[in-house]
Design a protein around this ligand. Structure first.
Ligand code: TGC
Ligand code: FAD
Length: 397
């Protein structure tokens, strides 16, 4: 019989191509050798280092599935493997990476004009220009269709719109050069996507203050976007997409990535808990790994990680073939975030009092995984998306 590998319980690595295995190895080495040593200080001090995106750009990880424009053009499974490696270190680092790659670059690649793509994507692929994605507002999170941010023709500058309104909880906004902002045309009430370039905004029309003192995702930078009559050239409006289909199409890729990423975070919790359980002795010198209740926690987490990776792999292959329904992505995003959080909380118990020390890393993952369950559609919202698809009846309002 084949030997059992607790790190790959269902042997999914047998299904990756040679290229995907090589990319995964490069990503794991970079993340473990270069990112991991920085994360504890970054988390303690809420100090995100934008150089990380530049380093990832040098390795070809940014916008990795995009064809052309200096991007690598790899499979969705390969990009999932990069995402898993990044989130094995920290969900905040994965957040910065997802927003740059899937939401900002992905949006421009899918919907931007040829001029925008040629001018912005090669620099974004190298991490020289940083992106943000502004959909959520202070009064509208799960229900972005009710957004209040508006765009109207500039009263005096021909060929320009002016944007006004506020977005909140926006990853990367304080450091972003390129902000993809979703706003309603005042004339029609239709939602449109605008590429706001910081260096083109007159003083006082764009502010992006950081949101400090977070109790999760502290290694990522989060902020607001305040637009006060901000002029944006009409060429920076996505020409052919209107309504929520625009932002949700970008979210399909980012939500898919989170399904992989959270499995990386869970695998890290598992590996840390296993090591601790084998080393820590209680009652007559026995390692706590000897006790059945501890073994069950490890078995539950191993099982959920294995199922989660297999499901993400399947959706990745279908995505490459153009056969992934958005509801499949809701299913894996919800399931993997929920199971990662539930298992991480159970594994935290294995560390006893030491779980409270940030040196053990487990508390950081638990706090981060709450955020992953909340953003890009809170888990109950994804349950309702699935409920609608199953019954044909929507239960949002
Ligand atoms: P609904 O009527 O369902 O849809 C409106 C239009 O959008 C289309 N659509 C999609 N298109 C492509 N992909 C999808 N997944 C789509 N889902 C919907 C739909 O076909 C329709 O198109 P059209 O042409 O007929 O107009 O809209 P609704 O207002 O009823 O939506 C309800 C609901 C709950 C599904 C939706 O609002 C929702 O998903 N809410 C969650 C909000 C959310 O996910 N926000 C994410 C903000 S970005 C973020 O969190 C980034 S964190 C990044 C990080 O740091 O990692
Ligand atoms: P609400 O919509 O107020 O929901 C609160 C609770 O009510 C949730 O549990 C929700 O499930 C529940 N609820 C709401 N409506 C219903 C309903 N109809 N039925 C049942 N339950 C319901 N947004 C961006 O646009 N870009 C970003 O880069 C970004 N980054 C983020 C980074 C961080 C660290 C965080 C915390 C958030 C980020 N977000 C971003 C925002 C995120 O997408 C929202 O927080 C999320 O969509 C939920 O919206 P909300 O916080 O307004 O919660």
């Amino acid at each position: 019989a084949a030997p059992f590998d607790w790190k790959d319980p269902l042997g999914v690595s047998n299904m990756y191509t040679e290229e995907e295995l090589a990319i995964a190895e490069t990503a794991e080495s970079y993340c473990q050798e270069r990112m991991l040593p920085r994360v504890l200080d970054a988390y303690r001090n809420e100090d995100y280092d934008p150089k990380i995106l530049e380093e990832m750009g040098e390795l070809g990880f940014l916008g990795a599935t995009i064809q052309g424009y200096g991007c690598a053009g790899v499979s969705n499974v390969a990009s999932g493997l990069i995402t898993r490696a990044v989130e094995r270190v920290d969900s905040g680092y994965r957040s910065g990476y997802s927003v740059q790659s899937a939401l900002a670059m992905g949006g421009i690649a899918d919907f931007g004009t040829a001029e925008l793509k040629e001018r912005l994507l090669p620099k974004m692929a190298k991490g020289k220009l940083l992106g943000a994605f502004g959909l959520t507002e202070p009064n509208h999170g799960s229900d972005p269709g009710s957004m209040e941010t508006t765009a109207r023709p500039h009263p005096s500058k021909k060929g320009y719109y002016v944007l006004s309104g506020s977005k909140t909880w926006i990853t990367n906004s304080p450091i972003a050069d390129v902000l993809l902002v979703w706003a309603k045309l005042e004339s029609s009430g239709k939602i449109r996507g605008f590429v706001v370039e910081r260096d083109q905004c007159p003083p006082g029309t764009l502010e992006t203050p950081a949101i400090k003192n977070k109790n999760g995702l502290r290694a990522s930078i989060t902020g607001m976007i305040h637009l006060d009559g901000c002029p944006v050239p009409e060429e920076n409006m996505f020409p052919d997409i209107e309504g929520l289909r625009g932002p949700f199409s970008c979210l399909n890729s980012a939500r898919y990535g989170i399904a992989w990423g959270t499995m990386g975070a869970l695998e890290d919790c598992l590996s840390r808990a296993r090591t601790y359980a084998v080393e820590r002795k209680q009652f007559k010198g026995n390692p706590i790994a000897k006790y059945q209740l501890v073994q069950k926690k490890l078995a539950d987490a191993t099982t959920d990680a294995a199922y989660g990776i297999l499901a993400a792999y399947q959706v990745g292959r279908l995505k490459d073939e153009g056969k992934a329904a958005p509801e499949m992505i809701s299913l894996i995003k919800r399931q993997n975030c929920d199971r990662a959080l539930i298992n991480a909380r159970a594994l935290q118990e294995v560390f006893g009092g030491n779980a409270v020390s940030d040196e053990y890393g487990i508390g950081r993952h638990v706090a981060n995984l709450f955020v992953t369950q909340t953003y890009e559609g809170q888990s109950d919202i994804h349950a309702l998306i699935l409920g609608r698809a199953i019954t044909g009846i929507q239960a949002f309002c």
